[in-house]
Design a protein around this ligand. Sequence first.
Ligand SMILES: *[C@@H]1O[C@H](CO)[C@@H](O)[C@H](O)[C@H]1NC(C)=O
Ligand SMILES: *[C@@H]1O[C@H](CO)[C@@H](O)[C@H](O)[C@H]1NC(C)=O
Ligand SMILES: *[C@@H]1O[C@H](CO)[C@@H](O)[C@H](O)[C@H]1NC(C)=O
Ligand SMILES: *[C@@H]1O[C@H](CO)[C@@H](O)[C@H](O)[C@H]1NC(C)=O
Length: 724
Amino acid sequence: MVPLVLVGALLVLTSRASGQSTVKWCAISQEMTKCKAMAEAFSNAAIRPTLRCVSATSLTECAQKLMNKEADAFAADAKDIYEIGKQATFKIAAAETNFDGEGTTYYAVAVVKRTNSAININSLKGKKSCHTGLDRTAGWNMPVGYLVDSGRMSVLGCSITQGVADFFSASCVPGAMGEAQSLCQLCGGDESGGHKCEMSSQEKYYSYNGAFRCLVEDTGDVAFVKHTTVGDNTDGKGESWAQGLLSKDYQLLCPDGTRSAVSNYTHCHVARVPSRGIVVRNDINSSVVYFMLKEGLQKSHFPIFSSMAFNGTNLLFSDSSAGFVLAQNEDYIRWMGWKYYNILKTMDCSPTDVPEFLRWCVLSYGEQSKCVNMAEAFKSKELIPSIQCVHGTSVEDCMQKIQNKEADVITLDGGYIYKAGKEFGMIPAAGESYTEDGDGSVYYAVAVVKKGTEGLKRFDDLRGRTSCHTGYGRTAGWNIPISLLIEKGLIRPQQCQITQAAGDFFKASCVPGANEPGFPSNLCAQCAGDSSGQNKCVKGQDLFDGYNGAFRCLVEGAGEVAFVKHSTVFQNTDGNGTDSWSISLNSRDFQLLCSQDNRAEVTQYKQCNLARVPSHAVMVRPDTRPHIIFGLLDKAQMSFGVNSDSDFKMFDSSKYEGSDLIFKDSTVGFIGVGEKKTYEDWLGQRYTDALIAMECTLPSSAGLCSTSLLLVGSLAALASVLAV
Ligand SMILES: *[C@@H]1O[C@H](CO)[C@@H](O)[C@H](O)[C@H]1NC(C)=O
Ligand SMILES: *[C@@H]1O[C@H](CO)[C@@H](O)[C@H](O)[C@H]1NC(C)=O
Ligand SMILES: *[C@@H]1O[C@H](CO)[C@@H](O)[C@H](O)[C@H]1NC(C)=O
Ligand SMILES: *[C@@H]1O[C@H](CO)[C@@H](O)[C@H](O)[C@H]1NC(C)=O
């Protein structure tokens, strides 16, 4: 206690020194009486700075007064802070806190029955859902916002209720009477079936306990409630329908796809709902306000967290709070957390926020024709926003047009994604997927070794060893592994002399295509030549050329490591190999060397790789809402995707001049960007590093580099090659 008093005493001094003798608290209408009483109590207890009350009619007005320096501080709940953050600038000084002492009101969770093992956060589509009520926090805004923001649920044109109705097979969402029918389908009403789907306790599945009951009675597969709901209705607690229920029979769905005990809610939740925050003016010292409140709580005996004496509820502060905590971060978005902020932002969208048109930037006559047909096709299904086509003279021109708001959207591959993000501030809104699992990558670049190889745990252990590469200048076989060696500091090319440095690092290699004058000859030493032993190290002719060739080079012992893609091993082992060298290979006899310097099984390529080569992304200006784009494309692919028998097909360019028009022809569907919200997140650190490292080899960088490199032109052109 003594140190606290000392801090308090110091504070009085410093706050006076910094000129903060009063804090002007903004109170809304009936809060004024409580505020004045609090100011008096604080004054009687000699709390400094002194508290003065300023009256306003709304939080918005409080925010305005803050900006005009007519007020210094007020408390508001996180959702209101999000709202005022759109116009005003301010800091968060502290937060109210109740049960956990960390400024959390509660956690929004997704509960399932333990026995229903088929369900996780990624498999909710088509399931039956129970919600506390329309527009309620834990039962609606948090889970729906989370599912949309994470790219799991698509919504056409911000019609969120329709999106939910399309996503779940049936639901009970009390209060959704005027919305899609399936949203009330699971509701029960009262004993005689009346009041069905009403937002009142006459609906038996209303609110927290009701939503949980909806799950308990097997009406729904998942219930969206708060972290205390299961405990309130199990292990002897709750009403008659809850008798005999055991908390261990229920589990939470975690964002990482796992499930957890209901007690693990701090780690396994849909969203954390922050407590109310103390908003202060930017030039106010946060700790001065925090210590004023804290001291007031300790010394004044004023009932800060009670409104009873003032004929109201939650006046100035929440009646259920118990104390204050200093804000970990004064920036309001960081204070509330990006996840919560993104959820609010996703839900903060009404049909009027949807633009009328989406102008797609196209580059060729073929793309233009496909785009026009796409616009017509989408229109026939009433998809919004409607598509318009804008012609750009080059990819850069399109990026410029999008930045200038003369166009809105373009599909780009790796290197152009880098340029669009770095130079034009664009963000990904959706991605192409080339596999059914929606992984969002083209492939993973891996380093394969034989299981028995000793002493090969780290990349540094490759020094002085033999290696097999798909070819000179190729992505998985050359650019990515070599850039990793550079990045790890294992090779230090002088003046971009990368081949020289690589030749010095490995004892001997097979790098088909490295048979060029001036290149170290050991880069070709391990090659085999064609079947007659001719054309050694010649691209396309050496037996060790390409993915399968590099793997064969490893298998036949010419190299101790092969740089290939993750699928190469599976294509040549376990009976998939058809050539004499591969026919009896077993995938279990091979392992991967990870960029994190450890080894793993070949099946673990998602964790153990040198880089993930990202798929093409649909890129937009940062003021475009990504889920509007994803919502449109996801709905469109149902009519015009891979399995459609429609005239227009999104992933088929054969009717037009060219291939991969607007979208890659090998696309099987779109995926939401989820957590990969920036171009850097989309590309991934390793792949971006590879782009940057290999940029050194381009003629444009000071002209020092070998011009024989396959990759010429801009960094973007380099990456286009990388992504092939
Ligand atoms: C709690 O959930 C997290 C996130 O899924 C998980 O990593 C952790 O192992 C869980 N803890 C327990 C005790 O189950
Ligand atoms: C804010 O006040 C604290 C004392 O509570 C003091 O230590 C700190 O230096 C002040 N900060 C600024 C920026 O004046
Ligand atoms: C609270 O309400 C009661 C009865 O309506 C009234 O007598 C009392 O004056 C009110 N108190 C305050 C502080 O407004
Ligand atoms: C390889 O064969 C297995 C079955 O032995 C099969 O499941 C797998 O899809 C094949 N992989 C490739 C890449 O052909």
